[in-house]
Design a protein around this ligand. Structure first.
Ligand SMILES: Cc1ncc(COP(=O)(O)O)c(C=O)c1O
Length: 393
C-alpha cells in the first residue's frame, strides 16, 4: 500500500494537487494575499454583500442580543426566534407555504433528498449536478437515473420509458445555474415535464439566488416559474453574502424534513449572528439597492464575457456571472492560473473531480463591485495567458 505522502506526490506530478491560499482581507473585489493586492475573480460574493455594513451590523447586534451559539440541534433546544423569523421571511420571499434553514448547501442537498426519497423511489438527475446533489441522491438509496446535461428530449424519453410499471415517488433534480459552466437549466421545460409525468422538481439555486430574476428570487423567477417549483433549494453563502442554506416548499414537505432529514436533525443549528445577517441580506436583495447591484453585475458580465468570446475562447455556454474558459488538461489550466496570479489576478483553475476529465477550465466569477476598467484589463491578461498555454498565441 502506498503512503499518503506518495499519493500526494503522484497528485502533484499530474497537476492535480490542491492546496489552500491564505487571504488576509475581506472578500471584496480586491484582496490581500501575502501582503500584496490581487483582483479577486473567484469569489461567489456576487452582489458584494459579504462585507456590507447592513449585514455586519445585523450580525453584531444579534450576537450581542443572543450570543454566539445556538446551543443545540433545533429539535433539542436550538430553535431560536431568529430561525423562525428567517424561515417566515424566506417563505414570503419565495412564495411558498414554508421554509427550512440548513447549515450549508452541502448539508441541505444531502438532507433534503435523503429525507424525502427512499429505495422505492426514482431520481432523474442532470449529469452536471453539484457534488452535494449527487451525494444526497446516493444517501437516499433511491434509484438514480442520470440524464445528459440539459437534454430535455433525453429526459423525456427516460420519463416515458420508466412510466410503465411505475412505483414510488419521482424527483427531477438540477442546479438552476450550473456552478462550473455558468449556464442555466431550462426551468420552464422542466416544469412542463414534471407536470406531465407527476414528478417533484427540485432546483438548487445556490448561484441564482439574489442574482437572477427582476426581484432576485432566482432562476425560477428568471423563467417566470416561481410558483411552480416543488422544492426550491438555495444558499446564503454566495449572492446573499453570508452563510447557510434553505429549502422553500410546502408545509408537508418541510414538516417531513423536520422529522426525517438527518443533516437537519443531527447537527447544531446556525448561530444568531449568521441568521440575522441572512435576514438583512434578503431585505437588501428585495430593495432598490439590490436591483442596482444586480444591474451592475449584469453590465460587468456583458463586458467581461464579451471580450473573452470576441477573442474566440470557449465559455462553456455561460450566460451568468460564472464565466469559465475551457482549456482541457490540468497542467496548462494550472499554468494559466499561476501566470494570472503572478500578474495580480486571483482566479481558480478547476480540475476533476469537480469537472469531467478533459474539461479543465479557468473559472472566473464576477462581482457587482468590480470596476469595468479592471475587468477589461483582467480579460486581456486572461486571453493572453490562455493563448500562451495552449500554444496558439
Ligand atoms: C450548486 C451548488 N449547490 C450546493 C453548494 C453547496 O453550498 P454550500 O457552499 O453552502 O455548502 C454549492 C457550493 O459550492 C453549489 O455550487
Amino acid at each position: 500500500m502506498k503512503s499518503l505522502e506518495d499519493n500526494l506526490a503522484a497528485l502533484a506530478e499530474r497537476g492535480m494537487l490542491r492546496s489552500l491560499r491564505e487571504v488576509e482581507s475581506a472578500q471584496g473585489p480586491r484582496v490581500r494575499i501575502a501582503g500584496q493586492d490581487y483582483l479577486l475573480l473567484c469569489s461567489n460574493n456576487y452582489l458584494g454583500l459579504a462585507n456590507h455594513p447592513n449585514l455586519i451590523e445585523a450580525s453584531c447586534q444579534a450576537t450581542r442580543d443572543f450570543g454566539t451559539g445556538s446551543g443545540a440541534s433545533r429539535l433539542i433546544s436550538g430553535s431560536m426566534s431568529l430561525h423562525h423569523r428567517l424561515e417566515e421571511r424566506l417563505a414570503e420571499f419565495k412564495g411558498t407555504e414554508a421554509a427550512l434553514v440548513y447549515n450549508t448547501g452541502y448539508a441541505a442537498n444531502n438532507g433534503i433528498i435523503q429525507g424525502l426519497l427512499g429505495p422505492e423511489d426514482t431520481i432523474f438527475s442532470d449529469s452536471l449536478n453539484h457534488a452535494s446533489i449527487i451525494d444526497g441522491c446516493r444517501l437516499s438509496g433511491a434509484r438514480i437515473l442520470v440524464y445528459p446535461h440539459n437534454d430535455m428530449l433525453a429526459l423525456e424519453a427516460m420519463l416515458e420509458r420508466e412510466s410503465s410499471g411505475r412505483k414510488g415517488r419521482w424527483l427531477i433534480v438540477t442546479d438552476g445555474v450550473f456552478s462550473m459552466d455558468g449556464d442555466l437549466a431550462p426551468v420552464d421545460r422542466l416544469v412542463a415535464l414534471k407536470e406531465r409525468y407527476h414528478a417533484w422538481l427540485m432546483i438548487d439555486d445556490a448561484h441564482g439566488g439574489g442574482v437572477l430574476g427582476k426581484h432576485g428570487r432566482g432562476t425560477a423567477e428568471h423563467f417566470g416559474c416561481l410558483g411552480q417549483i416543488d422544492l426550491q433549494m438555495g444558499t446564503f453563502g454566495k449572492g446573499f453574502g453570508s452563510f447557510g442554506a434553505y429549502l422553500a416548499a410546502s408545509r408537508a414537505v418541510i414538516d417531513t424534513l423536520i422529522n426525517r432529514s438527518r443533516s437537519f436533525i443531527f447537527s447544531t443549528s446556525l448561530p444568531p449572528g449568521v441568521l440575522a445577517a441572512n435576514l438583512a441580506a434578503i431585505d437588501l436583495i428585495d430593495s432598490q439597492e439590490g436591483a442596482e447591484r444586480r444591474a451592475r453585475l449584469e453590465a460587468n458580465r456583458q463586458v467581461f464575457a464579451g471580450l473573452l468570446s470576441d477573442a474566440g475562447l470557449n465559455l462553456c455556454g455561460s450566460v451568468t456571472q460564472i464565466i469559465p474558459t475551457l482549456i482541457g488538461a490540468p497542467e496548462p489550466t494550472m499554468q494559466a492560473a499561476t501566470k494570472l496570479f503572478q500578474q495580480g489576478v486571483f482566479l481558480s483553475g478547476i480540475r476533476p473531480p469537480t469537472v469531467p476529465e478533459g474539461t479543465c477550465r479557468l473559472r472566473a466569477t464576477l462581482m457587482a463591485d468590480h470596476s469595468q476598467a479592471e475587468l477589461r484589463r483582467a480579460a486581456e491578461m486572461l486571453i493572453t495567458c490562455v493563448k500562451d498555454v495552449k500554444g496558439d498565441g
